[in-house]
Design a protein around this ligand. Sequence first.
Ligand code: CAA
Length: 241
Amino acid sequence: MGRVAIVTGGTRGIGRAICEKLRDEHGATVVANYAGNDDAARAFSQETGIATVKFDVGDHAAAQDGCRKVEAEHGPIDILVNNAGITRDGTLLKMDYDDWNEVMRINLGGCFNMAKALFPGMKDRGWGRIVNIGSINGQAGQYGQVNYAAAKSGIHGFTKALAQEGARFGITVNAIAPGYIDTDMVAAVPEPVLEKIVARIPVGRLGKAEEIARGVAFLCSEDAGFVTGSTMSINGGQHMY
Ligand code: CAA
């Protein structure tokens, strides 16, 4: 029987690809968290057979309760992939406090809330894998994304700090910094803006969700026990960091 994994924001885009990869490559019992889109979650479960659990990762109490519920049903969670994230793009001049706060609350606060729920059990069992999905835009910044870039940059700092705390307990904590991947989130970028971005990607195309999932699967493997506190950039060469 494989380990139990939870992937936040796991029913669509990169999260969905991660769920499928962890199931197929590690034989893990995977549970996909989602926050709002019931139709997408239902379709995901029907198509993949993977269970879902609905809660807002940015809500501290809901994340604790959600994780306990999953553990009661499926067993202790040894693999956490913090993938859930939203964008509220706009220049600072047009961005309001809610746009700032929601992105910080969900994208960065979600990582804290989930780790807070699951790190103690991983510590007690002496084994854990935490993979946080950062972003090229947290490394390089991006016009129109002070909220998102700050949250994603925060994820990279969070990763390195928690990696230091987890090492003695057999818990590795790593980040992946995806570039522009062919998902609904990137499709929401206005066409002319996206064309200019793709023109700056040396590989000459958007990435595929599966290409991020492969990196996650490696970081969650037994073989990756000596890899911790690292950031794997998967961005087609757009930013070499
Ligand atoms: N650098 C400098 N100037 C820029 C610029 C840039 N990168 N991008 C735009 N500008 C300039 C424009 O040329 C324009 O100047 P003029 O008025 O002199 O022509 C001015 O800024 C306003 O630009 P827009 O017309 O685009 O402004 P807007 O208010 O309509 O839209 C925006 C602003 C919402 C930020 C829009 O530019 C946008 O959506 N940009 C893309 C942001 C982005 O890349 N988001 C990533 C989403 S995917 C993701 O986040 C996943 C991941 O991890 C990679």
